[in-house]
Structure formats: C-alpha cells, structure tokens
Design a protein around this ligand. Structure first.
Ligand SMILES: [Ca+2]
Ligand SMILES: [Ca+2]
Length: 267
C-alpha cells in the first residue's frame, strides 16, 4: 500500500556544531511531495488447502453440509487439545460462520514429511476450504496463516479431523501457495486412492469413522461409536456430523473397517 504525503512546507535544517552542542536552524521555503510505502501488517504466510469429509459430503456435488443440530454443537474453541493430538493452540472464535462444517487441524511438515513444523486449528467450510479463524470476522480470507515457515520454502501438508482418517500430501509443495491444495485428489495424497473414500458420485473424501484418530480403523473405533452419548453431544462417535449417534454412523464406519492410514499420519 502506498500513500502520498504532501508536505506543506519543506524545512531545511542546518546544523552548526560546536565542541559541546549542536544547534539547529530551520527555514521554510516551499512545498514538496514525499512517497511513503507502508507495509500491510504481516501475520504469517497464507497456506491454502481444501478437503472433504466423507461423513457429511454430498456424493454428487462434493459439497458438505451439516444440520442445525450439529452446527449448534460446534464449540467456539478448537477441540484438539486432547489425546491423541494434544494441540495446545488457543484458536477460538466468537461467532461461527454459517458455512462452517467443523474444526480441523492443518499442519506443515518439512519437505520429507518427517518433521512437524507447525500446527494450526482452522475452520472447515462447506465448500471444502480450510480457513484461518480470522475468517470468522473477515470472510475474504482464503487460507490459514502460519508463522513458522519460510516464504517459498518446500513443505508437506497434513490435514486432520476428529473422526476421519488424516492425510498427508504426496509430495512437497511451495508455500505460500496461490492455488489451493486439494486433499480430495488421490494423486495429491500420500498412499493415493487407498487413503481416500470414493464417494458414489465420483468425488473423494477423507474416510469417516476413525473414532480415536489413531490412523487405523479397528474395533476400538466401533467401541467408541457404540458407547458414545447418543444425542446432542459434540462426540467423535457422530461420524456423519448430524448431532446424534445412530446406525447411520455405523454404516459409514463399517465399510471402512480395516483401512490403515500411512505411517506418517498415525498416532
Ligand atoms: Ca482408529
Ligand atoms: Ca450421526
């Protein structure tokens, strides 16, 4: 952003030095124009990514949707401050955007995918976009701000959701990125098509039903579903994000039982 400041008077200052003091004298003789560049406040590098959740994705359009019952249960503070994520971030919002689906974690790893660099809790929107909490007050923001990455460096991305199988990018990408990185394209995901649910309409999404988010679909996930509070709870057993735990959630989990995530995303 550039601003032009017109000085009403150009003041010439002359200094007269003596061994002990400097004297300033000023005289105004006219006007001048001064160009000043003011940098917009830097809050980090913007990382753009998108993902779909099988549990609440429309198989035809690929868009996601949640009902009012679930929407009202979504907390205002990020919910990943517990096992297995133990993410201590303080992300919170005061008002949920109407197009918010749930909270997700977006993580930046080194280019080899072996070392975690930074984690942010972010908002997942119904069109799949993962956005910074700042979106809650400025819905023009497209992405998540990271402060511990170096501009134009190469990194891997990981996305995590409370009860879906996490995914890592199959290769390193340059961040910040102008084109949103899609976790819904099999070629983009480490492990390929085997790591994504293929929806009946042809779109791909993260597998639903990893209750304990350890990256493996096992009996533990069924037990978590089976013992989850049935109504009006923000529970990981609600695989389709309906606000209730029903057989519809089991029917999502059951075909996915046996799926194993790549080692990089497992806990
Ligand atoms: Ca599991
Ligand atoms: Ca449900």
């Amino acid at each position: 952003m550039k601003k032009v400041i017109t000085l009403l008077a150009l003041c010439l200052i002359s200094l007269a030095w003596s061994p002990h003091k400097a004297l300033a004298q000023a005289s105004c003789i006219g006007t001048a124009t001064l160009n000043v560049t003011i940098n917009t406040c830097v809050v980090g590098e913007l990382v753009k990514a998108n993902v779909r959740l099988q549990g609440c994705a429309n198989p035809t359009t690929g868009q996601m949707q949640v009902g009012t019952t679930f929407f009202n249960l979504i907390p205002l503070t990020q919910p990943y401050n517990r096992v297995p994520w133990n993410y201590a971030g303080t992300e919170s919002i005061t008002t949920k955007p109407a197009n918010m689906i749930d909270w997700v974690l977006l993580q930046v790893y080194n280019a080899a995918g072996t070392s975690l660099i930074e984690t942010k809790a972010a908002l997942l929107l119904n069109n799949g976009n993962i956005v910074d909490i700042a979106y809650a007050t400025n819905n023009t923001i497209e992405g998540v701000y990271f402060t511990n990455i170096t501009a134009n460096g190469n990194y891997r991305l990981v996305v995590r959701h409370r009860n879906h199988l996490a995914a890592m990018s199959s290769a390193d990408i340059v961040l910040p990125n102008n084109t949103s990185f899609s976790f819904s394209a099999p070629a983009n995901v480490l492990g390929g098509a085997a790591q994504l649910a293929n929806l009946s309409g042809g779109a791909n999404a993260l597998f639903a039903g990893d209750f304990n988010s350890d990256g493996v679909f096992s009996l533990q996930d069924f037990n978590g579903y089976f013992t989850a509070p049935p109504l009006n709870q923000y529970t990981d057993g609600d695989f389709n994000l309906s606000g209730a735990v029903t057989t519809a959630d089991f029917n999502l989990y059951q075909p996915n039982s046996g799926v194993i995530g790549v080692s990089q995303i497992r806990y």
